[in-house]
Design a binder for this molecule. Structure first.
Ligand code: HEC
Ligand code: HEC
Length: 186
């Protein structure tokens, strides 16, 4: 009988640990990415509701050092591939938070829409910039974060996707600024 009880306890404990471990593994993320999905400052991206494939690729690239970040690299380094997949799945299922950023003015929007037409951002980021698979959602992302990432791709400071760098180099800085404001307000 005690054996049965021990077994029941053990399986209960295992379930609890299993359920807890994703919470434990993601507890640290909330400190910066926000307990309610709203990042604690403007340099930090939204990860709630982001595409799972994309979250996984970024964690992998941070760990490899292909995407440089003094903050994210040590965090990602402690994760194994399966942790990254589980974490990506976990955050992708959370609701995308509304940062309440203003819609871009008509002039800015026209500039951004024209830039999209010439570069074809929505060919990859999809209609309404919702992203898909390993392509990130951009709609409603923080404006300053978007602007910084596009600048970093342009200078190749963010070097984990040379294709995005080429596209950003083909886009004038004024258009990128307009795109950041437009995308933030979507
Ligand atoms: C100390 C603050 C901090 C903590 C803790 C933290 N992050 Fe980050 N995270 C950042 C910053 C800052 C960036 C942006 C890095 C850059 O500028 O390229 C980032 C970027 C990311 C990105 C890339 C998102 C995108 O849109 O490109 C992902 C994914 C991510 N973090 C996941 C996580 C996960 C999962 C955890 C917990 C295991 C976590 N982060 C913990 C600060 C943090
Ligand atoms: C050929 C497909 C493609 C096109 C066209 C494209 N992108 Fe991307 N974009 C990607 C992929 C893939 C990534 C993720 C790169 C990575 O793995 O880090 C990305 C990443 C980004 C990011 C970083 C988001 C984040 O959370 O860090 C921004 C911002 C961005 N793209 C903006 C744009 C804009 C604006 C345009 C049009 C001017 C554009 N992209 C055109 C494929 C594309």
């Amino acid at each position: 009988m005690p054996g049965v009880i021990a077994l029941a306890l053990l399986s209960g404990w295992k379930t609890a640990l299993g359920a807890q471990s994703i919470e434990q593994k993601t507890q640290i993320c909330a400190r910066c990415h926000g307990a309610d999905g709203k990042p604690v400052d403007k340099t930090i991206p939204i990860i709630w509701g982001q595409q799972a494939g994309y979250i996984y690729i970024e964690l992998r690239d941070f760990k490899r050092g292909d995407r440089k970040s003094d903050i994210m690299q040590p965090i990602a380094s402690s994760l194994e591939r399966q942790d990254m997949l589980d974490i990506a799945d976990y955050f992708s299922k959370k609701p995308w938070p509304d940062l309440g950023q203003p819609r871009a003015s008509k002039e800015i929007s026209i500039r951004a829409v024209n830039a999209n037409q010439s570069i074809g951002c929505t060919g990859c980021h999809l209609d309404h910039f919702q992203g898909y698979g390993t392509v990130p959602r951009l709609a409603g992302m923080g404006r300053d974060y978007l602007a910084k990432q596009m600048t970093d791709f342009r200078s190749r400071a963010r070097g984990n996707n040379p294709g995005m760098s080429d596209l950003m180099l083909a886009t004038p800085p004024d258009d990128l600024a307009a795109l950041a404001e437009y995308l933030a307000g979507l």
